[in-house]
Design a protein around this ligand. Structure first.
Ligand code: ADP
Ligand code: MG
Length: 577
């Protein structure tokens, strides 16, 4: 590892680079190592093979005595993650400024990660009382395959030190802005921790702006946005450590349909709740929308594969006598995919299910009286969600928030009904219950009382293979939608709570790590994921990475399981070998 190599003065790197000028690109390999500047250390961990290959990986280390960040900014875990996020953003700003095309391919590139609205734990920056570390990549400059030594010296020995100076010295940053960043994140974590004791699944602060600029622009909608205003009957107050008293809508545990006319803001509210598992940056306008950390978005995902999932809670008596206690398919229907998505989430201990009618399978959600009369129960494999949602809540403590503008049948099973009207929520529980009494649906409940046991799912080691050709491990993340894992493509486009490509990289590394350490044909998927998440908890995300990488971000157990569950080669047994 670079850490143990003898150190060289940064000035020597400049000479070395000037001498490399004009030589073949491979000669850059010589600069791998550790260089001491007057105030910081530059480590070049990995040098790219050619100007088009993935860029070279570097780190800077700066003693805290020089960087000067007050202890209060990283004294708790929330604060530390927020500060690391802030420093990555600042360094990234400078990278964008000084990054320049300086030759062929990626020549001249200087970059950290691309950052969105969420504050995630990342491997891009680290802070403790000893030092500050920032990881980034550079495209070492070349014309064709000839090294441009002068440009490289400029990048590594002048531009990088300048970025370090501007972005990693407390005295050169806006103290008030850092404070806000850290306090915003701390408040959100604090609030999320309070939800359970108040019996809430989510909290949406008054004056939040939920709608976004567009489907591809996650910044808040500007002019026409109607600020969130809680209905008095659902209003709750908190006294946050930093921002003090705030009020907003608390969504209680239990079953909560969100109703209302089309285009009145139902789905927008649900997406804000979905992403309330994450902290956001100041200015996002959803900083104070928080959701239980074990809330999972559920949707139909026809076409996905399913490996040995017990979906009998929802699906039974399939044609041709196919088993639904260990259901496998390469091509699920809307309803079976939604059933599997729920069961897989419950397997990982989800406590809140979030469903939007826009992306749900209708026949999975409802089966009304007329349909019950026409199609006998024996001819319908599906036990609709409406017949399970109460049981899940009463017997298992699993709450559901569902957008349901299309069927009033859910009034019977609801604890709280929220109506959206002109983007403003109202509580309609009493009205909905009165209507339910007045117009009985006459439908028969179809679920048996017995919810059954969860069967263990044990992944077979050989069914999870990260190798490709001569490479033992080869993966690539494609935006937030897919991971190429070995020779397989994992489609994650329906896993809607993934927000950042860096999370997919983290998941890919975690899958390789799981395969190397825990997938042994005896452990259950649940135990495997517990073990991986425990290791990350103890050692940090860097712990599971094969080498120092700056572009990994934290993910939840649910999304890691979702990726493994969507690997098309995955095979499951319930009998340990
Ligand atoms: P629904 O699910 O009820 O049909 P959506 O949540 O999809 O409605 O919202 C419809 C449109 O209204 C979207 O373009 C959304 O961005 C916009 N919108 C949602 N909430 C607000 C709001 N509070 N202020 C202004 N526009 C909003
Ligand atoms: Mg909608």
């Amino acid at each position: 590892m670079a850490r143990d190599e003898p150190t060289v003065e940064l000035e020597n790197l400049r000479h070395q680079l000037l001498e490399l000028d004009g030589r073949g690109y491979k000669a850059y390999k010589d600069i791998q190592g550790r260089y001491d500047g007057s105030e910081f250390t530059l480590i070049i961990d990995y040098v790219q093979g050619d100007p088009f290959a993935s860029p070279s990986k570097c780190r800077v280390l700066l003693p805290q005595s020089v960087a000067g960040f007050p202890r209060s900014l990283y004294r708790s875990r929330s604060r530390e993650i927020a500060l690391r996020d802030y420093l990555t953003r600042q360094f990234s700003l400078w990278c964008d400024r000084i990054s320049d095309r300086r030759g062929t391919g990626k020549s001249g590139l200087i970059a950290t990660c691309r950052m969105g609205q969420e504050v995630l734990e990342r491997t891009s920056a680290f802070v403790n009382h000893r030092e500050v570390e920032l990881r980034f990549v550079v495209g070492l400059p070349a014309r064709g395959r000839r090294i441009l030594g002068r440009q490289a010296a400029q990048m590594l020995c002048e531009d990088i030190p300048q970025s370090v100076d501007r972005a990693l010295y407390y005295d050169n940053l806006d103290a008030g802005e850092i404070e806000r960043h850290v306090e915003t994140v701390e408040d959100a974590d604090w609030l999320r921790d309070r939800l359970s004791e108040r019996g809430l699944v989510a909290f949406v602060a008054d004056r939040s702006i939920l709608p976004r600029q567009s489907g591809v622009d996650p910044r808040p909608l500007q002019d026409r946005a109607v600020p969130f205003e809680s209905p008095p009957s659902l209003r709750v107050e908190f006294d946050c450590p930093n921002r003090g008293k705030i009020s907003g809508m608390g969504i209680p545990t239990g079953v909560t349909p969100i109703v209302g006319g089309g285009y009145h803001g139902k789905s927008t509210l649900l997406s804000a709740i979905e992403l309330g598992i994450y902290n956001r940056i100041p200015g996002d306008a959803r900083e104070v929308v928080v959701t239980q950390p074990d809330a999972v978005k559920i949707r139909a995902e026809d076409g996905r594969q399913i490996a040995g999932v017990d979906i009998s809670l929802f699906i039974n008596n399939l044609p041709q006598g196919r088993s639904t206690t260990q259901f496998s398919t390469a091509n699920a229907s809307g309803s079976t995919s939604q059933a599997a998505n729920i069961v897989e989430a419950l397997e990982m201990d989800a406590k809140v299910l979030l469903v939007d009618e826009d992306t749900a399978a209708t026949n999975f959600m409802i089966r009304d009286r007329r349909m019950q009369a026409l199609i006998a129960k024996e001819k319908e494999p599906i036990t609709p969600f409406i017949d399970r949602v109460r049981q899940l809540s009463s017997y298992c403590g699993i709450s559901t928030v569902l957008v349901m503008g299309g069927s009033g049948d859910y009034f019977d099973v609801a604890d709280t009904v929220i109506g959206m009207e002109d983007f403003r929520p109202r509580e309609l529980t009493r009205e909905a219950k009165a209507i339910a009494r007045q117009y009985a649906t006459g439908r028969r409940e179809e679920g048996s009382e017995d919810l059954g046991e969860m069967t263990e799912r044990i992944p077979l080691p050989e069914s999870l293979d990260p190798s490709r050709g001569k490479r033992l491990v080869k993966w690539q993340a494609r935006d937030v939608d897919a991971i190429a894992f070995g020779t397989e493509d994992i489609d994650l486009s329906a896993v809607e709570q993934l927000v950042d490509v860096a999370q997919l990289r983290g998941i890919a590394e975690a899958m390789v790590y799981a395969k190397q350490h825990y997938i042994d044909g005896r452990r259950s998927l649940r135990d495997i994921i517990d073990a991986v998440m425990d290791d990350i908890e103890t050692g940090g995300l860097s712990e599971i990475a094969a080498f120092p990488q700056g572009d990994l971000a934290m993910f939840r157990r649910f999304e890691l399981a979702a990726a493994i569950d969507r690997l098309r080669t995955l095979q499951i047994t319930s009998n340990p070998s």
